[in-house]
Ligand binder design. Sequence first.
Ligand code: HEM
Length: 140
Amino acid sequence: MLWFKAFHIIAVICWFAALFYLPRLFVHHAMTDDNATSERFKIMERKLYRGIMTPSAVLSIIFGAIVYFYNPVYYSSSAWMHAKLFCVFFLLIYQYMCWHYLKLFRDDKNTRPHTYYRVFNEVPTVLLIIIVILVVVKPF
Ligand code: HEM
């Protein structure tokens, strides 16, 4: 079980690397007027979303589920796990919003300023802090 938990944490770290980096690309993409720079950002965003964010999200959930089903009665009756999965649901909504914004930039239809993406970029940090406290401290 510990091997699966280790792979779960590795996948989660990769997922968060992408969750932190992609919105940062959106900040700089929203600030540029140069077409060549914009085209380069489009390639970076697409590769990051398809090559790292999505596979690591899927692996985080698969390995998390494997660890969960080693002890389903305990985890399904743990309020901290319910709260954790609620936060994971928000992470998946956040990832969908990233996909939506990625397509707007791809089609040169983004109208939001870089300041919007700077605030948007902070959401995963808040969710990460809450999730790690829930799963390590198990406060309730
Ligand atoms: C659907 C998604 C997920 C499921 C089903 C899941 C499930 C689990 C389970 C069952 C454990 C073992 C908990 C224990 O017995 O101590 C665990 C550990 C852990 N999970 Fe997740 N998890 C998910 C997503 C995440 C996410 C998004 C994070 C991001 C921070 C995360 C971070 C961790 C950490 C740090 C541990 C190790 C805790 C410890 O060993 O003390 N998990 N996860």
